[in-house]
Design a protein around this ligand. Sequence first.
Ligand SMILES: Nc1ncnc2c1ncn2[C@@H]1O[C@H](COP(=O)(O)OP(=O)(O)O)[C@@H](O)[C@H]1O
Ligand SMILES: [Mg+2]
Length: 599
Amino acid sequence: MDEKDELTLSPPKKRSVRAATPNSPRVVMECVEILTPSKTRPRIIVQHPIPASPAARAHTLDSSSPTCPPPKTPPKRGRHLQRKAKIVSDMPQVLVLAETLQQAPESEFNCSAPAARQPKASLRRKGKTAWKLPTSAEELPHTLPVELEPCLQLQKHAIMRSLRDLPDIVAQDDHVSANATAYEQLSNLLRGTVLRGEGNSCLLIGPRGSGKSRLVEKAIKSLPEKPIIIRLSGHAQHNDRLAIREIAWQLAQQTGRSFLPSESNSPSDVIDPDENPFLDSSETTIVLPPPAHLLALISVIPTLPRPTIIILDGFDLFAAHARQSLLYCLLDTAQSCRVGSGTKGIAIVGVTTRVDTINLLEKRVKSRFSGRMLRTSCLSELQQWVELARSALTAPVSEDVPEEWPPLWRVAVDSFLQHEKVIEEFKESFSLTRDARTLCRILTTVVMNLTPALPYPSAEKLAASTGIQRCPARFPFLASLPYPAICLCIAAVHYQTSGHNTFTFEMLHEAFRDQVRTSQSAPVQIEGGGIGMMRCSREVLAGAFERLATQRVFTPVAAPSLGTAKEFVFYRLVPDRFELKRAVEAMGQTNLKKWFSKA
Ligand SMILES: Nc1ncnc2c1ncn2[C@@H]1O[C@H](COP(=O)(O)OP(=O)(O)O)[C@@H](O)[C@H]1O
Ligand SMILES: [Mg+2]
């Protein structure tokens, strides 16, 4: 029988010896021959060299581990035989390998897709049987146990909801905040209009993000009856015509009828140079009054079946409208609205950030304004800002969650808000803006990036998110400028400090030469190296100067003219002193630092 036939017909044990080691001694063949199915199992493990990848190792484990199902397709015979032959020749190594594999934790090997979940499954077991509530950041599990993953999603939703409508900050006992006072006054004023039919007007003044709009909405919500509410914005309705169109539209929507004259083909309705060309007039079904009827329309408002509140956001912009007719009409109507005359009340609430708005009003308009001015203020302390963040981050989850989740999340948030770097980041943001919306935007990105693998807010995430909200650095390359260029910048800073904001190339060149001379006349050595300034030729400096001008680090003060030589054109240094200081410090050259510190 030739070898081919033998390979296909005879039992595998014989073929293995021939195929793999045709010239090997008899001992080897015997070793292979006595294999039984039960004994082959451990042998299969040790046949392989150390698997390079986890997948390869997993394959090894497949056949040995009782938990893993055996591979569906048996290994190819030829390869099988070769491996067996290797067992014998590499026996000492084989033993070591077997030992290593036995020691290795089972979870290190991924056998198949279901087994890939094994590490998480073990965490779940641990969580269910021996869950220990964390009391500090160190005790928090690094990755979230599988059964708590849905809680993270629910918590994220709760935080997002809370960030959209931030909870109120409770004022200190002895200190009633400006917003609380303004709220009290505004709701009294609106109650007067809604309950007693008064005509009122007031101005709500405060910086951006100080809660003006929030306060108005809260005061309206607290009213016992639902009035007609008209909201106008100086940014959208930039002339009286657009404003009256909006009033008519909102009145029609809330009362269900039109109060406008029926003659639809009035010429003023069709041609108006002031009209916003981007408005789609084909959709407008409400007939617009001619400007002459403006007063007439507004005087109709108190006769409506319900009281009306008109909110003018960006009140100062309405003061810029021609002749301030809309403001005049509104305030005049409010002033002439008498209690007990059978009419419903009207309240005009102006909202603005400009403290001098009252001075923008014409005399006849000002005389009709009640003069009531309510003020709102931003959060005054960093602690309030942090508390706002805390209340948003610990927003309660409305659905049922495992009882471990709330304390775990509280510990995570507490340790986040107590972290030194987090406080530092908040401090920096707070010093730049006190607008609570900025805080909301920063926290939104932090919360969006939470995953079961990285489930807790961290200082790094906060820093990244804060960076997104800030302007990028104008000159990020300053720290990597070559030596001649940074020398020219330092020379320019020296000129700035001495009161010359503008300089020419010649001036900088001279300053550099002087510095080189000074540093070399009294050479100082630190750790064997000189810290004197290096010389640069005039051409090198001129090249560096031109590059700085193209990079806009230096900008010409006046338009270039043919009459002035290049060296004598005046320039200005654009980056500020602190940006350059940071760059010089980042470079770490002692000679440059010393020169800069003298400026
Ligand atoms: N005292 C406060 N407590 C909680 N949130 C506040 C407070 N003041 C402002 N905010 C939040 O700041 C954001 C901006 O408020 P908003 O009323 O729109 O400001 P403004 O109209 O003054 O520009 C809103 O999300 C609001 O919830
Ligand atoms: Mg607002």
